[in-house]
Design a protein around this ligand. Structure first.
Ligand code: LLP
Length: 422
């Protein structure tokens, strides 16, 4: 966290100014930090494997301004739905710069996905015959579930392994590519997404080996020249103070080493290496500014803020830790306090006990750290507490990139039948 004296700043702007201008709760993203994160990750892998491309997983933070920053940096877009494809297109990303990795797709998703002309990444073998009814894509990828998954977001975020709903079982992968080849598809890629928020560098080369042992056999037996192999996202960030960060250089070097070794072992023409991280780019570049509105002394002391579980869902949903700073009071003596939002649910009491400045008071600003990833994107309207504003900061400048929701947004698209109005 950046301080000017005892005041917290984002970019060069004190949070007091941001709160005065935009109100709270507000998500604030530091553009320079996002760009620096992207470049660091890109260079780490490209240094060891120059034919490297990164796709930004739009679900992580889907503000078009953020997706534009990614595009300017050279990223493509990983999309989970047709609407995310439309979002990617709206910022100028299309064709092979967009990957569609939806799961359990409807016929309409499949048809629109095909018509959109992006790279289709099928999550199951059963989707292939349904896809072929609508047409034959030039290029196709399958999402493989190599039987192993990991996550630092608790047991709730499981992207692969026997307990996950994602990807194709290793035993079905050969048949999937055989069917696709027989259907006349000419160009192929392969994909996996086995974990999120991984800070263990050894995980990345390990899962790369698992995928390559499955895909290498397919390449050999079916004589397929894979054009790309996508290792998914998962580059982790530390959330708790003192938690070790991912050794990115080690992860990149070892992953490229395994990738090269395995492609050689299976006699593959070296494919493009792809990854689609998201949290690593925007996670620590996003902050959530809130206000302390009310303090209750009951069974314990509870600090009531405007950051409810609808604004930041992760703690209530996964038990995730987010560090909280109190503006102007970080050096003050601390005591154990609880902290909550304003919703009528007890999961909204998202900090049960934490060392916070003992003199925290009504009107203080709090700043929640590492809120850029899966923050706004997972927020919702509940109890008439609406979604936050989003602001982009670049050095001394701040720009509103999403309006705070208003009452009209809460009732937009609802319809009251005439007879109910009588
Ligand atoms: N690719 C695919 C297909 C994905 O499903 C995801 C995230 C990513 C890439 C990006 O993963 P990352 O680099 O950000 O780990 N809501 C949870 C995280 C769920 C991850 C969903 N998939 C959280 O708040 O921690």
């Amino acid at each position: 966290m950046k301080f000017i004296g005892d005041q917290i700043a984002i970019g060069n702007i004190p949070v007091t100014e941001l709160a005065a201008e935009y109100g709270t709760p507000t998500y604030v993203y530091d553009e320079q930090k996002i760009r620096a994160n992207y470049r660091r990750a890109y260079q780490a892998f490209a240094k060891h494997y120059p034919d490297f491309k990164m796709f930004y997983a739009v679900k992580c933070c889907n503000n078009p301004a953020i997706v534009n920053i990614m595009r300017q940096e050279g990223a493509g877009a990983d999309c989970a739905s047709v609407n995310e494809i439309l979002l990617a297109k709206s910022v100028g990303l299309s064709g092979e710069n967009v990957m569609f990795s939806g799961n359990f797709l409807s016929d309409s998703d499949i048809r629109q996905g095909l018509e959109s002309g992006v790279i289709f990444n099928l999550d199951d073998i059963s989707i292939l015959p349904r896809l072929l009814k609508f047409g034959t894509p030039e290029m196709l990828s399958f999402r493989v579930n190599p039987g192993y998954g990991k996550s630092n977001v608790g047991e709730y975020v499981t992207n692969a392994g026997p307990g996950a709903k994602f990807g194709i079982h290793p035993d079905q992968v050969m048949d999937a590519y055989r069917m696709a080849k027989a259907a006349g598809i000419k160009r192929f890629g392969a994909h996996m997404m086995t974990g999120s928020c991984i800070t263990d560098a050894d995980y990345f080369p390990f899962v790369t080996g698992l995928l390559m042992d499955i895909i290498g056999k397919v390449a050999k037996e079916l004589q397929i020249d894979f054009e790309f192999i996508d290792l998914g996202g998962g580059l982790g960030i530390p959330y708790k103070p003192g938690e070790p960060a991912l050794d990115l250089e080690k992860a990149a070097e070892k992953t490229a080493e395994v990738f090269r070794k395995k492609t050689a072992e299976y006699g593959m023409k070296p494919p493009q290496l792809k990854m689609e991280p998201a949290r690593f780019f925007v996670g620590n570049a996003g902050y959530l500014i809130g206000t302390v509105h009310s303090i209750k002394d009951s069974y314990s002391r509870i600090i009531g803020t405007d950051i409810g579980m609808n604004v930041l869902a992760r703690p209530a949903m996964y038990g995730s830790y987010h560090h909280i700073y109190v503006n102007g009071k970080e050096s003050h003596p601390r005591t154990k306090l609880g902290l909550c939002g304003q919703l009528c649910e007890n999961t909204d009491f998202w900090v049960k006990e934490r060392d916070l400045p003992a003199d925290i008071a009504e009107g203080d600003l709090i700043v929640v750290e590492n809120a850029g990833a899966y923050g706004f994107g997972m927020s919702y309207q509940y109890n008439g507490r609406l979604r936050a504003a989003e602001v982009l900061v670049n050095g001394d400048k701040s720009m509103l990139i999403r309006d705070r929701e208003q009452f009209e947004d809460m009732i937009r698209h609802t319809h009251v039948p005439e007879y109910l109005k009588k």
